[in-house]
Design a protein around this ligand. Structure first.
Ligand SMILES: Cc1cc2nc3c(=O)[nH]c(=O)nc-3n(C[C@H](O)[C@H](O)[C@H](O)COP(=O)(O)OP(=O)(O)OC[C@H]3O[C@@H](n4cnc5c(N)ncnc54)[C@H](O)[C@@H]3O)c2cc1C
Length: 544
C-alpha cells in the first residue's frame, strides 16, 4: 500500500500544521500547496486505497466527465498542463483517474497521504486552538488547521427500500463500483435513477445486458455530448492558448471557457431560437444552456423555449410515443437540476431490450429476493444498479462528526441547512476550512476552477496567519449571516429553487430544503473573496 512513511506512531498523537481530509482533486492540490509551497507539516487522510476521489469511486459503465477534458484539469502547473495529453473531448473515468494518479506521482504526493484511513471525528480544542482528529485505524492527530476536501458528491445515497437486503442477485451503487468491473452479459438488469449517472450508464449497460429495465422518478433534459477524439491540431491549439482559456474559466459564471450569450430568448423570433438551439444541440455539451440565451435560468418563458426544444428532440428520437412522453420532463425548468449530457441515451429506448418504468405513477414498494415490486407490477431481476446519487454537499462533511467550540456538532448547527461565510468557514468552527463548501459556487461550476480558487485562498490565509503570529481564524456571525442572505437572494432571482433537486437537498428524505450552492457566478465570487482579503480578512475574527 503506497502509504507515507511519515505516519503517526500507534497510540501516540501525530502533530500537524494542517490535516487534510480527502485525496481527490481538492486534497491533492491542497497537499501540494501546503507541503511544497508553504512548507508546513501536513498529511492527507483518504478513505479509499488510492487517489482520485470521484474518479476513484465512480467506475460504473459509461462514467465520464461532462466538462471537456482540456479545462477539467489543474491550471497550477504549466509543465503539467503541457505534458499531459487528453485523448478525447470528454474523457472516460479511467483516463481522469490516470491523470490524477499522474499528478500524485509527478508531485510526489503519495508519501504524504494516509490511504484506507477514514477520519471518524474532529473536535476543536479551545485551549490550544487545535483540532483533534481520530481515524478508523485508531490514529490520533492534532492539527492547527483542518481542511475538508471530502467532496460535494462523495457520500452515496441508497434509498431505504423495504426488503433491500433480501435481494438474492447482485446489487451495486454507481458511486462505489467494484474495481474489477461488472459483467452484465445475459443478465436482467434493473437500473434505478435517471440523473446524470443513470443517463451515462443506460446505453452502456443496455448494450451488454439481456434486458435493462430503467426505473425513472424524474425525467431529465439531456443534451448530446458529441464526444470525439481530440485531434493533434486541436490539442496543440489548446496548449498554445491555455493562459487565455484558464482566464476565461476563472472570470466566467460557470467556470467554463465558453462565450456566454448576452441575448434574451424573448428578443429572438421562434425561428431564430430554434436555429440557435439546433446549432448548439449539434455542437453538444453544456454550451446549449451557457451560450444560447442569457435568461434561461431567470425567466420561465425563456426557459420554456429551451425546454420545449429538448422535449421535441426526445419525441423525434424515441420511436414509441408513450415512452417519449415519459422521458419528456415537464415538472421543472430546464437546467435547474444538474444538466446531464449523454451519448445515445434517448436512442437506448429504441432497443428491444430496454424498458422504461415510471415509478412516479406506481412507486417502488419493495425489493424482493428475485427483483423489485412496484405498486402495480413485479420485475424479475438478476442485478440491481442504484444510480441514486449522493447526499450532496453536506453528506461527507457531516459524517466526519465535526465538533467545534463548546462541543457544538456541525450536524446540529446545520440542522436547518448549511450556513457558512463564503462556503469557506463556519461560525463556531475556528481553523476549519471547507473546500467547495455549501455557500460557494462548487457544484454549479466546472469544479477544478472552484477547487483551485479555494485551495489558493485558504493557503494564502494560512500563510497570512503564520506571518502575523496568529493562531486562530473564525467567521463572524454578522458576516456569515450577510453572506447566507446573499446566497439566498441570488438563488431567489433564478429558477433553481423551483426544482426538487439535490442542490436543494430534495433527494434525501428529512434533509432541510435550502438551495446550497452560490449561484452568483465564479467570477463574482472570486472578486468577493479577493475583496475580503484586501480589506484585511473582513468578516473573519483572528487571534494570537
Ligand atoms: C459521476 C460524476 C461525474 C462528475 N462530472 C463532473 C464534471 O463533468 N465536471 C465537474 O466539474 N465536476 C464533475 N463532478 C464533480 C466532481 O466531484 C468534482 O469535479 C471533483 O472531482 C471533486 O473533487 P474533490 O476532491 O473536491 O472531491 P472528491 O473527488 O469527491 O474526493 C473526496 C475524497 O474524500 C474522501 N473522504 C470523504 N470523507 C472522508 C473521511 N471522513 N475520511 C477520509 N476520506 C474521506 C473520499 O473517499 C474521496 O476520495 C462529477 C461527479 C460525479 C460523481
Amino acid at each position: 500500500m503506497p502509504n507515507s512513511s511519515a505516519v503517526a506512531e500507534l497510540g501516540g498523537v501525530r502533530t500537524l500544521d494542517v490535516a487534510i481530509v480527502g485525496a481527490g482533486f481538492s486534497g491533492l492540490y491542497m497537499l501540494q500547496r501546503v507541503r511544497d509551497v508553504l512548507h508546513l507539516e501536513t498529511q492527507v487522510f483518504e478513505a479509499g486505497d488510492g487517489v482520485g476521489g470521484t474518479w476513484y469511486w465512480n467506475r460504473y459503465p459509461g462514467a465520464r466527465c461532462d466538462s471537456e477534458s482540456y479545462y477539467y484539469s489543474y491550471s497550477f502547473s504549466r509543465e503539467l498542463e503541457q505534458e499531459w495529453n487528453w485523448s478525447s473531448r470528454y474523457p472516460e473515468q479511467p483516463e481522469i483517474l490516470g491523470y490524477l494518479n499522474h499528478v500524485a506521482d509527478r508531485f510526489d504526493l503519495r508519501r504524504s497521504i494516509r490511504f484506507e484511513t477514514r477520519v471518524t471525528s474532529a473536535t476543536f480544542d479551545e485551549a490550544s486552538n487545535r483540532w483533534n482528529l481520530t481515524t478508523d485505524t485508531g490514529e490520533r492527530i492534532s492539527a492547527q488547521f483542518l481542511v475538508s476536501a471530502v467532496g460535494c458528491l462523495s457520500s452515496s445515497n441508497t434509498p431505504d427500500f423495504p426488503g433491500i437486503d433480501s435481494f438474492e442477485g447482485e446489487c451495486y451503487h454507481t458511486g462505489a463500483w467494484p474495481h474489477e468491473g461488472v459483467d452484465f452479459t445475459g443478465k436482467r438488469v434493473g437500473l434505478i435513477g435517471t440523473g446524470s449517472t443513470g443517463i451515462q450508464a443506460t446505453p452502456v449497460i443496455a448494450a451488454q445486458a439481456q434486458h435493462l429495465t430503467v426505473f425513472q422518478r424524474t425525467p431529465n433534459y439531456s443534451i448530446p455530448a458529441r464526444n470525439e477524439p481530440l485531434s493533434a491540431e486541436l490539442a496543440a491549439e489548446i496548449k498554445a492558448n491555455y493562459d487565455e482559456i484558464r482566464q476565461k474559466c476563472r472570470d466566467s459564471d460557470f467556470g467554463f471557457p465558453y462565450v456566454p450569450s448576452e441575448r434574451l430568448a424573448g428578443d429572438a423570433t421562434p425561428e431564430e431560437q430554434r436555429r440557435v438551439y439546433e446549432e448548439l444541440w449539434q455542437l453538444g455539451g453544456f454550451r446549449f444552456f451557457m451560450s444560447s440565451f442569457s435568461d434561461l435560468l431567470t425567466d420561465e418563458a425563456a426557459n420554456d423555449t429551451a425546454a420545449e426544444f429538448v422535449r421535441a428532440k426526445i419525441r423525434e428520437i424515441v420511436k414509441d410515443p408513450a415512452t417519449a412522453e415519459l422521458l419528456a420532463p415537464t415538472d421543472h425548468p430546464y437546467g435547474t437540476k444538474r444538466p446531464p449530457i449523454d451519448t445515445s441515451y434517448y436512442e437506448s429506448y429504441n432497443r428491444d431490450n430496454v424498458t422504461l418504468i415510471d415509478v412516479r405513477k406506481a412507486a417502488i414498494v419493495e425489493i424482493t429476493a428475485g427483483g423489485l415490486r412496484t405498486e402495480d407490477a413485479e420485475y424479475a431481476l438478476d442485478t440491481i444498479v442504484y444510480a441514486t446519487g449522493f447526499d450532496a454537499m453536506t453528506g461527507a462533511l457531516l459524517k466526519m462528526n465535526i465538533r467545534g467550540v463548546d462541543g457544538m456538532r456541525l450536524a446540529d448547527k446545520w440542522a436547518d441547512g448549511p450556513r457558512s461565510l463564503l462556503g469557506l468557514q463556519v461560525v463556531g468552527f475556528p481553523n476549519l476550512f471547507t473546500i467547495t463548501g455549501p455557500g460557494s459556487p462548487s457544484v454549479l461550476v466546472n469544479m477544478p476552477v472552484a477547487i483551485e480558487q479555494h485551495v489558493e485562498w485558504i493557503c494564502d490565509c494560512i500563510e497570512y496567519l503564520g506571518r502575523n503570529g496568529l493562531s486562530r481564524i473564525e467567521a463572524t456571525e454578522a458576516a456569515q449571516n450577510a453572506w447566507v442572505q446573499h446566497v439566498f437572494d441570488e438563488a431567489d432571482e433564478t429558477l433553481f429553487p423551483l426544482a426538487n433537486s439535490w442542490y436543494m437537498g430534495a433527494n434525501i428524505p428529512g434533509k432541510t430544503r435550502v438551495f446550497m450552492p452560490y449561484v452568483g457566478g465564479m467570477g463574482q465570487y472570486r472578486d468577493r473573496c479577493a475583496e475580503v482579503v484586501a480589506n484585511g480578512y473582513e468578516g473573519f475574527a483572528m487571534q494570537n
